[in-house]
Write a protein that binds this ligand. Structure first.
Ligand SMILES: O=P(O)(O)O[C@@H]1C[C@H](O)[C@@H](CO)O1
Ligand SMILES: Nc1nc2[nH]cnc2c(=O)[nH]1
Length: 294
């Protein structure tokens, strides 16, 4: 039991058992872990020589309950680099404890993953952003964390990481620069942005007053995921790159007729699928790795 009275905090041994179970079923030794945002599951289809597992068959793994999140863990290679890809992630609004949502990051780390690439669908708060823009995340605002809902709350196991991890360097600057360079080369300059992502619990989308407030606080995009995963991934020492696909404009004006909806979110994912895949796959081939498998 954790101090909050939940037994949702998986132990190091539980995470290791899951990682070992996976490693026994595949010869792929991933150095890169990818998480697909809503409607971006096609990123997993880039992997060659796939070995895929349904979440329901993986010991200790939660289940995906959201449309647009298939619920498969896919191992394979991307231009020769061994990778693992979550085709479907977990969110607070699904009712999962935050430690359960971020469990896959600890399993990634125990699989040998060095770099995590996280993607998400988000509403654009920055008035210069357009639907279909890709925002390189340079930072986050973890709203649930302000109320104590942090994935690292509870007893700390030093085998994962330190009690008080630094977050001012959470988003790897070299990887952000690599994304800018690759984006320019691919001709994506018109729709490649950078900014701050704010996570809320969801599932309701934001009110107009909430959007105005978040914008004033310095957020460029708002979503319901990713920041928790970033915290867990950094805690166990993985390098992080994250991007938001701006799937809708946050409604900031009482005269606006726009209404946020999940269907639009998924549709925008489809429209940008090819460019997202090209950006991510080119970045993976250009990254530097320590692991000799890569
Ligand atoms: O998994 P992500 O963060 O991409 O999903 C976003 C947030 C909600 O789950 C959903 C809303 O349409 O998209
Ligand atoms: N919270 C939130 N999540 C999103 N995911 C995609 N669009 C949005 C949005 O407008 N708000």
């Amino acid at each position: 039991e954790t101090p909050r009275g939940t037994s949702a905090m998986y132990s190091y041994e539980d995470c290791k058992a899951t990682a070992d179970w996976l490693l026994a079923q595949t010869s792929v030794r991933p150095v890169v872990g990818i998480v697909c945002g809503s409607g971006m599951g096609g990123l997993a289809d880039m992997l060659k020589d796939q070995v895929a597992f349904n979440y329901k068959d993986i010991p200790n793994f939660p289940q995906s309950t959201v449309h647009g999140h298939a619920g498969r863990l896919v191992f394979g290679t991307l231009k020769g680099r061994p990778c693992v890809c979550m085709q479907g992630r977990f969110h607070l609004y699904e009712g999962y404890a935050i430690q359960k949502i971020t469990l896959p990051m600890r399993i990634f780390s125990l699989l040998g993953v060095e770099t995590v690439i996280l993607t998400n669908a988000a509403g654009g708060l920055n008035q210069d952003f357009k639907v279909g823009d890709i925002m390189i995340m340079k930072d986050h605002i973890n709203m649930p964390g302000f109320a104590g809902n942090n994935p690292l709350a509870g007893a700390n196991d030093d085998r994962f990481g330190v009690r008080f991890p630094c977050m001012s360097d959470a988003y790897d600057r070299e990887l952000q620069q690599l994304a800018v360079d690759v984006g320019q080369e691919l001709g994506y300059g018109d729709f490649l942005r950078e900014g701050v992502y704010c996570v809320l619990g969801g599932p309701s989308f934001e009110t107009i007053a909430e959007c105005r407030m978040l914008h004033k606080l310095g957020a460029d995009a708002v979503g319901m995921s990713t920041a928790h995963e970033v915290i867990a991934a950094r805690h166990c020492g993985m390098r992080v790159f994250a991007l938001s696909l701006i799937t809708n404009k946050a409604v900031m004006d009482y005269d606006s007729e726009e209404k946020a909806n999940h269907e639009e979110v998924l549709e925008t994912g489809q429209h940008r699928a090819i460019q997202l895949e090209k950006l991510v796959s080119t970045m993976v081939t250009r990254m530097e790795y320590n692991n000799t498998n890569a």
